[in-house]
Each structure stands twice: as structure tokens, then as C-alpha cells.
Design a protein around this ligand. Structure first.
Ligand code: SF4
Length: 331
């Protein structure tokens, strides 16, 4: 089942009451692509089973019955008014989450709740640990512009299965003959199709990243000029790496020393971009793993040579400027 975290640009048209969709050939990233799931949109749209009316019930014992949109909207408005008048705006909680529907679709509804000064949920369940880690290292979590993908020598999908979740990025890399490696704990669909698969033990990502960093630093394969001009704390990091044992790295990751050296030296030479996945940063040392991985591009002199989640500031789309009071996020 595909669950993209970007969104195809779609051209939709009505002909004699029938919806037709096709990929937008002019879009620079999705360039006319629509997968089977996207092509099925007209079927979903015209389906008899599609919910077309608001449903309501007074108690859990009752069956739902349909009501008009006016009735449903009036009910919601009266509840909101009641809470605003009697309890205060922060007692309203905008509880939402989503796979991706595009920035505008998913975030615009929040504008109403910011305008009302309501509480909103902290949407950090998905990628927060990694974002905080990247902010620690880079000041923000904005990585490489995906439009630069076609110019890369190498992309490493680290804990990431783009054939299921980022088919557009994967297709660009494939079409433009970017070498593709996968670091993962299991042989995913992507791992089966890529040039190299590096299998590691679950939750040993931080070990692999530190092992690679140690080999790159101790073999003087880092970009000295870039580090001198753009990086703070390199000497402390080099000192820290002295305490990392490559035997421990191999033991924890279950990798052979030869393979570890091979990928470290090749990565340093090709200055690859790393597409960091979300799954492993939800483990206990997930934030540390992302911190360690994100230092590799800085070592080899690839400025922001990583891609992570949606690396954009969404505050305008969600309407943070409409808020008058303090923002209360509920974890
Ligand atoms: S490729 Fe992804 S975004 Fe495009 S139609 Fe399929 S599921 Fe939707």
C-alpha cells in the first residue's frame, strides 16, 4: 500500500458528470506520474459507499443518522460558542493528524483554530525527535532541495523505503542514474532494487553513523576546507570519535569490518546525500541516531546533504500569525 509523504500534482476534469484524473506533466517533481492508487480516485469519488452527508448520534447506544450540512455546522458552531463563552478558547482542542494531502489541504483547517486561539495537538508523533536532532546540528531541519537530486552521485536511503513512501524521489534518482544504497534492518522493496543493501541490527543506526564518521576522520577523508569554514566543534567531535571502537560498531550493527570500511570510504568519495527515514527515530536513541547520521554530510563537505520529512516551515499555511494569545500544544 503506497503512502506518499509528498503528493502527486493531479489534473482533474469533469466530462458528462464523470470525473477523470491524470498526472500533471508540467510538475517538476511528479512529472505526470500517478500510481494505481491515484488512478482509482474517480472510483472512490463516484462510489455509492462514499459518505456524502454528515452523520450524527446522541449517544453511544444509538445508530448514526444523517443530517443536513446546515444542521451539522450549526451544532459544531454552537458547541464552540458555548466553550468560548463558558470555559475559554484554550479548552477547545483541534485534534487532527494525517498522511499527506498536500500542505494546503492538511494545514488550512488549522487557521480557524489558531484564529480562535484554541489548543492544538503537538504533531510531533511522526518526526519530532529527528527534527530536534537536526535543529541541534544545523539550526533547522531544512535539508537538500529535492530538485537537486538529479545532480547527485549517490543517495543513501537510511531506514527509508521510498518505493512505498516517496516514489517520485526514487524515480528521479533512478532516471538520472544516481547510485542508490539502502541502510535498513530488513530487505525492503527498495533494498531489492537498489545498488547496495547494508543490513544492520535494529536500533544500531547510531553505531553505524559513528563508525563511518570515525573511519572518515581517522583516514583524513573529510573535507578540510569545508570544515574549517563552515563547521563548529570538529576538534571535539574528533576527540569523541577516538572513544568509539570499530569492534563495537561491527558487533552492534552485525556488519563485517570490510563492509564498514568500504561504505565509509566510498561515501566520502562520492559525497552522497542521505535520505533519513522516520521509523528508527521513534526508538529510544532515535534522536541521537539522526544527530549522528546528519553529521556525515558535514564531514564530507556536502552542505545540508540530507533529506528529512517535510523540510519546510509550515507556519504560514497553518496560520500561526492569526493567533492572538499564546499557543498551547497538547502532547
Ligand atoms: S504516487 Fe503517491 S501521491 Fe501519487 S497518486 Fe500514488 S499514492 Fe498518491
Amino acid at each position: 500500500m503506497r503512502d506518499c509523504f509528498d503528493t502527486c500534482s493531479i489534473i482533474s476534469e469533469f466530462e458528462d458528470g464523470v470525473l477523470k484524473v491524470r498526472g500533471n506533466p508540467e510538475h517538476p517533481i511528479t512529472s505526470g506520474f500517478l500510481c494505481e492508487k491515484g488512478n482509482l480516485l474517480p472510483q472512490w469519488f463516484h462510489s455509492e459507499r462514499r459518505l456524502r452527508q454528515p452523520l450524527i448520534r446522541e449517544s453511544l447506544d444509538e445508530e448514526f443518522h444523517s443530517v443536513s450540512w446546515d444542521e451539522a455546522l450549526s451544532l459544531v458552531a454552537s458547541k464552540i460558542k458555548d466553550v468560548l463563552e463558558n470555559w475559554g478558547s484554550e479548552k477547545i482542542l483541534a485534534y487532527y493528524y494525517a498522511g499527506d494531502r498536500g500542505v494546503v489541504n492538511s494545514l488550512f483547517p488549522l487557521r480557524l483554530f489558531h484564529y480562535l486561539n484554541a489548543s492544538v495537538i503537538d504533531d510531533g508523533i511522526c518526526s519530532r525527535a529527528g527534527k530536534e536532532a537536526l535543529k541541534d546540528i544545523y539550526g533547522s531541519f531544512t535539508g537538500m532541495d529535492p530538485e537537486n537530486l538529479k545532480k547527485q552521485n549517490l543517495i543513501i536511503y537510511w531506514g527509508f523505503n521510498p518505493i512505498w513512501t516517496n516514489i517520485h524521489g526514487y524515480e528521479i534518482a533512478r532516471r538520472f542514474k544516481v547510485e542508490r544504497w539502502v541502510v535498513d534492518v530488513l530487505r525492503t522493496e527498495t533494498a531489492k532494487r537498489c545498488d547496495r543493501f547494508i543490513q544492520i541490527r535494529p536500533e544500531s543506526d547510531v553505531w553505524l553513523a559513528l563508525g563511518m564518521a570515525k573511519l572518515i576522520v581517522e583516514n583524513e577523508l573529510y573535507d578540510k576546507e569545508f570544515i574549517r569554514d563552515k563547521v563548529y566543534g570538529f576538534d571535539e567531535f574528533r576527540e569523541y570519535l577516538r572513544g568509539v571502537s570499530l569492534e563495537d560498531v561491527c558487533k552492534e550493527t552485525r556488519m563485517e569490518r570490510e563492509e564498514l570500511e568500504d561504505i565509509s570510504f566510498e561515501y566520502a568519495e562520492k559525497k552522497g546525500v542521505i535520505h533519513i527515514g522516520l521509523g528508527f527515530q521513534r526508538t529510544l536513541n532515535g534522536g541521537e541516531s539522526v544527530r549522528a547520521i546528519s553529521m556525515l554530510p558535514a564531514l564530507v563537505g556536502h552542505p545540508r546533504g540530507f533529506i528529512y520529512s517535510h523540510s519546510i516551515d509550515k507556519s504560514y499555511a497553518e496560520g500561526l500569525h492569526l493567533r492572538k494569545g499564546e499557543l498551547r500544544r497538547i502532547p
